[in-house]
Write a protein that binds this ligand. Sequence first.
Ligand SMILES: *Cc1c(COP(=O)(O)O)cnc(C)c1O
Length: 424
Amino acid sequence: MKSETKCIHAGYTPGNGESRMIPIIQSTTFKYDTSEEMGKLFDLEASGYFYTRLQNPTNDHVAAKICALEGGSAAMLTSSGQAASFYSVFNLASCGDHVISSTAIYGGTYNLFAVTMKRMGIEFTFVDPDCSDEELEAAFRENTKCVFGETLANPALTVFDIERFADAAHKHGVPLIVDNTFATPINCRPIEWGADIVTHSTTKYMDGHDATVGGAIIDGGKFDWMAHKDKFPGLTTPDESYHGITYAEKFGLGGAFITKATAQLMRDLGSIPSPMNAYILNLGLESLAVRMERHCSNGLKAAQFLEAHEKVAWVNYPGLPSNKYYERAKKYLPNGTCGVISFGVKGGREAASRFMSNLKVAIIATHVADAHTCVLHPASSTHRQMSDEELLAAGVAPDLVRLSVGIENIDDIIEDLDQALAAV
Ligand SMILES: *Cc1c(COP(=O)(O)O)cnc(C)c1O
């Protein structure tokens, strides 16, 4: 099946006379005839449902659809994108370990890594996604457990060189994790370029309607944990909390990572989405391919309009030929990048805020990447915990306005931008 068809059909195939839509199994628990049967589930000896904190059928159907879209071997939903980022790294790295991350990542992820996970004893080295080979090489240590980057960084819109970082990670015997939120699997499938694990904030384009916060983790199923046995003891040595099973042996290349993340992290930390939210996410996924097409065509037209406008200082949109990442975007995102544009209004911080308050169609919201056109000033909101130096390192200028172009008629969006700029 092609992506457009997977959006509709993957993950759930109703039997004769069964509901066409994924059923909402809004139940905390599941009934069994004997405690022996349930015991087998607890021991991971049999597969089945027993408590929604670990797994739920509605969630699993939706995870399976996302898994098919990304071309993975296994996937899980989480209650937020933050939980997906955390689980993906914490499933590999513990206290005393080290992780390499691109500097061009979402502000919330940066905070999770640089502050919260640092407090847990995991050290992070942040590297410029366009650093030299020597700098990248120098970042690796004996205790490095994974490399992390974002396909299309939020909000810097840096295009990550997935192949290059995957090669470097593999040379050092560790996997590459890619947050593919902005690109979505419609525009880029990182696993095809060598990434091992893919994460999402499904809150953005996947849900696409400002309706539910959620996340997903997808395993490409190719990384050979057993070939690096000493590096990943959590996957390659017995788990005493499950009677000594070894994930990489019992669940193989395709299943070990997600089974461990479910059996240990979801069990102990519990960031499970409600089945109702998974159902709503699925409604968004059904139209993801057509929405992404419109986001990309609207985004490009809005970016071209802004680039030609006299009151606009600069425009950052990797779909514009003038953009630093244009060629790389053509390689990794040949169908288009996304609907998110960043730009500066001449006159800096103040002019930007006057522009924003004059908008009529576009709304000011701490959100991005959905059907409704919206704008945000990251330096005073999502990224406010970062110093000016950290902001610049993450590719976020203090005067940057982030415009997330929705799926309205482009003429209305451009007219709105035009009148708001005229009022500056
Ligand atoms: C929003 C976002 C996140 C965090 O996701 P939540 O669903 O808000 O927890 C992670 N990565 C990227 C790229 C994002 O845009």
